[in-house]
Write a protein that binds this ligand. Structure first.
Ligand code: SAM
Ligand code: SF4
Length: 320
């Protein structure tokens, strides 16, 4: 699968329409009264369950190798979900648990159960690197089954034991989805070194690529927005809604490399402050100042430059 198709798949998946499975996805669409243009409002979002990660891929989209340990607060999430339901009782909300690595969050089952309580439909999704799956408790697997969550693993070229979760898959009658990364080397997860130079098992899959930032902030963010591949990949983090995950996680990049990229109040909207769901729809329909720092929309395929998958060395060149 090419990167662009993958991300289309991902945005569909995030919206509850995993590749080849689950419910058909409907973006929430509305016509803007000011200009008569049909726009996409809040119809779902990915949750930054944990901002950090236990794998730390080179050039990770969500800057997880640079992130400090940070978990979504269960209290904030519950309050915000209840608020969204109150603001738009009839609206579907497609929710995907992501990160960073979502399984690092000790409250993961509580988060899933709360989501199922507030939004019994459509099915939510968890996207994980699978590393912790063999250690997850039966309560986790029961929650996945009972709450009908679509569990999807990104399969990286690392030597983790997949047999234990394949057993759980059978035991709990779950169909785990797999998004396979194209790679031609196998790595030892603990030693972080190549153990097989002729690795072919996952040679057919989506491609890894570099998401390039413009540190000078010279991108035309009004124009480029029209072709942005992130449309619809709305992100929830720290009680806020962000237009995309670059905006939600770029703070880790800024803090780590001490670069001057301003995050302004126009770049996010705080759910607790919202009085009408239209405020969030309007927020999502407007270009964002942070888009000036993102080069992705200018590339012909999503993400642009191909990048060989590997462990991050936390160099700025992985993202610029
Ligand atoms: C940021 S991860 C978070 C969830 C989980 N840790 C995982 O890896 O599945 C979400 C998805 O984005 C993909 N992704 C992140 N950075 C990428 C990159 N630079 N190129 C291609 N895909 C990328 C991952 O492979 C994964 O499928
Ligand atoms: S893409 Fe890699 S580094 Fe980023 S969150 Fe997923 S597993 Fe972690």
């Amino acid at each position: 699968m090419k990167r662009r198709e993958f991300i289309c798949g991902l945005s569909c998946l995030i919206a509850g329409f995993g590749i080849g499975q689950v419910v058909p996805f409907k973006f929430f669409k509305y016509t803007d009264k000011e200009d008569g243009i049909e726009r996409v409002g809040l119809g779902g979002f990915t949750v930054a369950v944990s901002s950090h990660c236990n794998l730390n891929c080179k050039g990770c989209d969500t800057y997880s190798p640079l992130a400090k340990e940070e978990f979504v607060s269960f209290e904030d999430f519950s309050r915000d979900l209840d608020k969204l339901k109150e603001l738009a009782p009839d609206r579907e909300m497609n929710i995907a648990f992501m990160g960073g690595e979502p399984l690092l969050n000790p409250d993961i089952t509580k988060l899933i159960r709360k989501t199922k309580e507030v939004y019994p439909e459509p099915r939510s999704v968890i996207l994980t690197n699978g590393i912790l799956l063999s250690q997850m408790s039966d309560d986790f697997w029961k929650t996945i089954m009972e709450c009908e969550v679509d569990l999807r693993i990104t399969t990286y070229p690392i030597n983790i034991d997949r047999s234990s979760y394949e057993k759980k898959e059978k035991e709990f009658n779950i169909n785990i989805g797999k998004d396979i990364l194209k790679a031609d080397k196998l790595y030892d997860f603990n030693k972080k070194e190549v153990i097989d130079d002729n690795y072919k098992e996952y040679s057919e899959g989506f491609e890894w690529s570099k998401n390039v930032l413009d540190l000078n902030g010279k991108q035309d963010y009004v124009e480029k927005r029209k072709s942005c591949p992130h449309r619809g990949i709305v992100q929830y983090a720290r009680g806020n809604i962000y237009y995309c995950y670059v905006h939600a996680f770029i703070n880790a990049f800024i803090d780590y490399f001490k670069v001057d990229i301003p995050i302004t109040k126009d770049d996010y909207i705080r759910i607790a402050d919202v009085k009408d769901i239209k405020e969030i729809d309007d927020f999502l329909s407007k270009p964002k100042p942070l888009c000036r720092f993102c080069k992705q929309c200018h590339n012909t395929c999503y993400g642009g430059e191909p990048l060989e998958w590997g462990f991050s060395e936390r160099k700025i060149s992985e993202w610029t």
